[in-house]
Design a protein around this ligand. Structure first.
Ligand code: PLP
Length: 496
């Protein structure tokens, strides 16, 4: 084996207080020459809106501002720093070319209120991306409006409901497998459907007999993730679609895992009626930190009348424009046409890769997950032996004998310089370790990750308490996550 530098085992983060604590009166990060024009009376312009007391604003010098935010940035883990194996999230590298394209002046400075005649380029970006996503998914039409995967699910189910209503019966429930992402049942409930749980079989796939017996005219749709959250491809997907369609139901596919399919198979070809994509997962637009995400919804022809308005169309004179007059539409689901900057980045990614590149990406993502599976299957319990696609799910069964659970192992991984994998999901695997390397990772990084995971397993045998107390290298160790969610302190108050 080639000599490799082991990953840093200490976090390089600097201690840093609040910017308010650095403040002292009179400090400023800017200097202006003396005013050589008459001073304007702000109250004349602002009237009652003028705020005379700005409260306790920090007063600091330029270098203090720069250092403050630079130091804070070292507290974050980022894909630019190392592997981010958060299963189900597809934390792939965001190529810089996407950013370069998104910053092209005419694109970055376009305004959504700009008239159509001078927005033809922006509209062409929307149209081209739409066509390419339709080609990739094998569907018939698409909306780019939703702001995230979960928002796409809601938009998709609103269309499902509108479709059934147009057939004379909105129907009552949505079937959801027990391996589903939590957003699926939440979405169904928001759209006023009852949720019925569908069991998985021993292979981790939809149990066809259960589906057969639960499917009836009350079921509006099945929401299925494929490959599912175990990283397993639903091999009976055609039969699943047939069972639904035979009773007038629709197949909704949660497309968050499209990174395992792009360029290989198309959901539209295996019976899917409606699906969302996560551009911030599969198509490399930035992810995390609260957004902006993007969750386009692709549909089959029969759902087209219900698309959110407006829809990009080619007008009779050959130019592009928005069509608002769509009487069966579920309405608008987001301001303007969605997160335009994300469409630019996703389109840049698709164009830069081309069809062969996208297919290679998919193959590499699956190869990387299987490389990790092979590397760790003797160290961690593998609850499902079914072939792995783009992510692999282990359990903490072996380590639990020493009282160490998946969360403890994940916390210890931080000391090895990696972001934790996904813990405690999917729910059908108790103590899950859900690992998704994505295609971005070179073999060297995968080897370091495997080595770190093996080393932690050894520590569990030799000194479990050390793992239970991890992380040891961060500014703060274990936080009370419940208190942070239930009683957040979001405001700093000066002590006086
Ligand atoms: C990420 C994810 C979602 C939700 O997508 P967001 O963009 O986070 O709202 C839904 N389902 C699955 C399987 C996912 O991995």
């Amino acid at each position: 084996m080639k000599h490799m530098t082991r990953k840093a085992t200490r976090h390089v983060n600097q201690n840093e207080g609040l910017i308010f604590e650095k403040s002292s009166p009179g400090k400023a990060a800017w200097k202006l020459p003396p005013l050589d024009v008459p001073e304007v009376d702000a109250s004349k312009i602002l009237g009652a809106s003028e705020r005379k007391d700005l409260g306790e604003m920090p007063e600091v010098s330029e270098i203090e501002i720069i250092r403050h935010f630079t130091r804070l940035s070292t507290w974050n883990y980022a894909i630019d720093l190392g592997m981010y194996p958060l299963g189900s999230c597809t934390m792939k590298y965001n190529p810089r070319v996407n950013e370069a394209v998104a910053r092209v002046e005419g694109i970055a400075n376009g305004h959504p209120y700009q008239p159509g005649e001078i927005s033809q380029g922006a509209l062409l970006i929307l149209k081209t991306l739409s066509e390419q996503l339709i080609e990739i998914t094998g569907m018939d039409a698409i909306t780019l409006q939703p702001a995230a995967g979960a928002h796409g699910e809601m938009t998709g189910l609103l269309m499902v409901r509108a479709y059934h209503q147009s057939q004379g019966n909105a129907r009552k429930k949505i079937l959801i497998p027990d391996s589903a992402h939590g957003t699926n049942p939440a979405t169904a409930a928001m759209v006023n459907y009852a949720v019925e749980n569908l069991k998985s079989d021993a292979r981790g796939m939809v149990d066809l007999a259960a589906l057969e017996s639960q499917m009836n005219e009350d079921v509006a749709a099945l929401m299925l993730t494929n490959p599912n959250t175990l990283g397993v491809f639903e091999q009976d997907i055609h039969k699943i679609a047939d069972i639904l369609h035979a009773k007038g139901g629709l197949l909704y596919m949660d497309g968050a895992n499209m990174n395992a399919l792009v360029g290989k198979v198309r959901p539209g070809d295996f019976g899917v009626d409606v699906m969302h994509l996560n551009l911030h997962k599969t198509f490399s637009t930035p992810h995390g930190g609260g957004g902006p995400g993007s969750g386009p919804v692709a549909i089959k022809k029969k759902l087209e009348p219900f698309l959110p308005t407006p829809v990009v169309v080619t007008k009779p004179d050959g130019t592009l424009g928005f069509e608002y007059d769509r009487p069966h539409s579920v309405g608008r689901v987001r301001a303007f046409y969605g997160n335009f900057g994300m469409f630019v980045r996703a389109l840049a990614y698709i164009q830069a890769n081309g069809p062969d590149g996208l297919r290679q990406t998919t193959e590499d993502a699956v190869l990387n997950a299987n490389y990790i599976r092979k590397g760790l299957e003797d160290t961690y319990d593998l609850p499902y032996a079914t072939p792995t696609m783009h992510e692999v799910v282990f359990s903490d069964k072996l380590q639990a004998k020493k009282g160490v659970r998946t969360m403890d192992i994940a916390k210890r991984l931080i000391d090895y310089g990696f972001h934790p994998y996904t813990t405690a999901f999917p729910l059908i695997v108790p103590g899950a370790l859900m690992i998704e390397p994505t295609e971005s990772e070179p073999t060297e990084e995968l080897d370091l990750f495997i080595e770190a995971m093996k080393s932690i397993a050894e520590e569990v045998e030799e000194d479990p308490q050390m793992v239970l107390d991890a992380p040891h290298s961060t500014r703060v160790s274990r936080l009370d996550e419940t208190a942070a969610a239930r009683k957040p302190l979001l405001r700093w108050k000066p002590e006086n």
